[in-house]
Design a protein around this ligand. Structure first.
Ligand code: AMP
Length: 287
């Protein structure tokens, strides 16, 4: 595996890969890698000649009171995980080089930013879009792999790539969970045992939804209130619970298989997000 630190070096390597007609798969990350990240890398390796992973803790997507300074950065462990997967290149750009001067460009998709996490974390998706646009321009991948875990982010990036004609396919891959159903996240390392136990209720919401649907309940509001009650009853603090349409992210009054439940809660001080379709809830309940 080759480690790349400088943007110019990354651009040179990319030029050489184009000359060799190699297809390039790209997985952008903020490090503290877990099986969720690794699933994206494995898919990229299967579908492309060359896989490039970036590790960049992007300050622009963290709010003032968020966890930028304490975000885990186990770089040695990350490198060894990437080597184990036989990753071709890891790009670890320097913050000062990425943002020599404070960027003045703003990328914004108002209708997609003003809801869910975008509403709760002002500026977050501006930061995400800016860094992904920069990375796409530097790396010019054929395919980029992202997690459905951050579903709103995935939709926004797909739209940005379409609107701005980035020459790259964006592929969303399933959420990887631990053995108890908790969606893997770098932030799970903040949780103590009690907070982790409480967090398991997030995934159990699928069962509640399946059960309510099985009883013939079809009103999104009733379902959302029941989920909220249960999340609160185990001691989680709700940021939002919403049901929206999977493609447009519009709120929906009608429950369809592809309607999606979005959950953001705090367990202790740690903010956790998850999402699942109605279809997944039905299957979860049946099994
Ligand atoms: P992050 O390092 O948190 O910026 O995440 C990098 C990529 O990994 C994003 O596309 C995330 O959606 C994806 N990802 C994070 N957690 C998971 C997970 N549990 N399952 C699948 N993908 C994930």
């Amino acid at each position: 595996m080759i480690k790349i630190e400088y943007i110019s070096e990354m651009i040179d390597i990319r030029k050489k890969l184009i000359q060799k007609d190699n297809s390039v798969g790209f997985v952008p990350t903020m490090g503290a890698l877990h099986e969720g990240h690794l699933s994206l890398i494995k898919e990229s390796k299967q579908k492309n000649d060359i896989t490039i992973v970036s590790i960049f803790l992007n300050p622009l997507q963290f709010g003032e009171n968020e966890d930028l300074d304490k975000y885990p950065a186990p770089i040695k462990n990350d490198i060894s995980l990437l080597k184990n997967l036989d990753t071709d290149f890891v790009f670890i750009p320097n913050r000062n080089e990425m943002y020599k001067e404070k960027p003045k460009t703003i990328i914004e998709i108002p209708t997609m930013f003003n809801i869910l996490c975008g509403k709760k974390r002002p500026g977050h998706f501006n930061g995400v879009c800016l860094v992904v646009a920069k990375l796409l321009n530097i790396i010019q991948p054929n395919n980029m792999y992202m997690g459905i875990k951050d579903y709103q982010q995935l939709c926004i990036i797909k739209k940005m790539v379409e609107d701005l004609n980035f020459n790259c396919n964006v592929i969303g891959l399933p959420i990887i969970r631990d053995e108890n159903g908790l969606a893997l996240s770098s932030r799970n390392s903040y949780l103590n045992d009690i907070e982790k136990q409480k967090a398991l209720q997030i995934n159990k919401s699928r069962n509640i939804i399946g059960e309510l649907l099985n009883k013939g309940i079809q009103e999104p509001n009733i379902i959302i209130e029941k989920i909220k009650d249960k999340l609160e009853s185990v001691g989680l603090r709700i940021d939002y619970v919403e049901m929206r349409e999977s493609i447009t992210l519009e709120e929906t009054n009608k429950i369809m298989d592809l309607s999606r439940i979005f959950i953001a809660v705090y367990s202790g001080n740690t903010r956790l997000i998850d999402n699942f379709t109605i279809e997944e809830c039905k299957l979860f309940f049946e099994n």
